[in-house]
Design a protein around this ligand. Structure first.
Ligand code: 0PR
Length: 375
């Protein structure tokens, strides 16, 4: 740190230099985050000093959080669900499994997740001392129910289902996982970090939320397709008593107990989520999801025209394209400014069609892809 501070102008100019090095999202096809909605940014700034870690000081923000949880709960099939706004999918997944572990009280606990689970579950295994068992996939990259069942034993505390898998955007057969969970008396956590703000707005209906009996907790992130600001994750439990299994005593705060993983936590992200959800409403989100799905369909059609097929028919706005000479093509696309990512098995080009993508950008991408393939 400098001994003497620099002027505001100097500092802001340094920030400009740094921000110019960052991706602008225009050419980003690898991210599950996007530019937040302008009203989310305004709300975030208004609540920039609010700390829900000590919510006795911020009852107004706390009310907004209760409202937001009710709205997300309603979207997830249970307006009475309880929970809180986390820092993102990782924290929500950690807390859901922590509650399940504490409730089950096994000495050598294990969880059964599909092989498609996000890497946050590897962190959970390490942090919580819960063995991770990875079940196989069916031919379209959904959890194979036979494989899940085969991994359950007397020390299993929870099953995990993914609604919007990170690599393929696939939805696990939640009704079947729920039946398994109920018959073995296990928690069923649904990771809808991405899909939570997509699936309710798709034309096709899927079992994935609290309307399916047996689903005990859900992750659904406002800072992904919810268009809120970072860090805004959603964690919901069907049963309010689950939160008490996460509580610690906080004798010197304005509140007696705390159930969040972090101490100090952003009230700004809560206000931002409240603002964007209230402003867009279900119709607004449907329009956004419709737009992303139309672009996804166009991408698949036009990729097929240049000889590239998707690994599966996309369920949501995530496409895995079976591109020959994948590494070389991605390198060439990168040189043209595009950010793409990959799936692990099979290796394919993974593209996430977020609301920041425009039809014009998609036209340029297809043209560039065609050139990079050497067609
Ligand atoms: N669950 C699922 C299904 C996810 O896809 C992700 C993140 C998480 C949990 C964890 O969420 P947080 O990152 O909020 O803790 N999926 C993206 C991924 O790993 C996150 C991401 C977002 C990556 C933007 C890159 C990026 O630019 O691919």
């Amino acid at each position: 740190m400098n001994q003497k501070g620099l002027s505001e102008k100097e500092v802001l100019s340094m920030l400009d230099t740094a921000s110019l090095k960052d991706a602008s999202y225009d050419n980003v096809l690898s991210a599950m985050c996007t530019r937040p909605h302008p009203i989310a940014v305004k709300a975030h700034m208004q609540f920039i000093a609010s700390n829900l870690g000590d919510f006795g000081l911020f009852p107004g923000t706390k009310e907004l959080e209760e409202n937001v949880i009710r709205s997300i709960g309603e979207l997830m099939g249970d307006p009475c669900a309880c929970g809180y706004i986390t820092t993102g999918g990782t924290e929500s997944n950690i807390q859901a499994l922590r509650a399940a572990r504490n409730i089950a009280g096994r000495s050598h606990p294990n969880m059964v997740v599909p092989a498609s689970a996000h890497f946050s579950f590897d962190k959970i295994a390490d942090l919580l001392g819960v063995e991770i068992r990875k079940a196989g996939m069916d031919s379209v990259f959904r959890a194979d129910i036979g494989s899940v069942e085969g991994l359950i034993d007397e020390n299993t505390i929870a099953l995990v289902g993914i609604a919007g898998s990170t690599e393929f955007g696939q939805i696990d057969p939640m009704d079947k996982l729920a039946k398994l969970a109920l018959s073995h008396d296990l928690a069923l956590h649904v990771d809808a970090a991405f899909g939570g703000f997509v699936i309710p707005f798709l034309d096709k209906k899927y079992d994935f939320d609290f309307s399916t009996k047996g689903v005990t907790s859900i992750t659904a992130d406002p800072h992904k397709m919810g268009l809120s600001t970072i860090p805004a994750g959603g964690l919901l439990f069907r049963d309010a008593s689950c939160l008490s299994h996460l509580e610690v005593d906080t004798p010197y705060l304005s509140i007696r107990k705390q159930h969040s993983l972090t101490g100090t936590r952003s009230g700004a992200a809560v206000a931002s989520t409240y603002a964007v959800m209230t402003h867009l409403g279900k119709d607004g989100y449907r329009k956004i999801v419709d737009g992303c799905m139309k672009m996804t369909a166009r991408l698949v059609d036009e990729a097929r025209e240049i000889g590239v097929s998707p690994v599966i028919d996309p369920v949501m706005n995530i496409v895995a394209l079976d591109v020959p000479a994948l590494d070389e093509v991605r390198k060439r696309l990168r040189a043209k400014g595009w950010f793409t990512s990959i799936t692990r098995s099979p290796r394919a080009m993974r593209l996430v069609i977020m609301p920041h993508l425009t039809d014009e950008a998609l036209t340029r991408f297809i043209q560039d892809l065609k050139e990079c393939l050497g067609n």
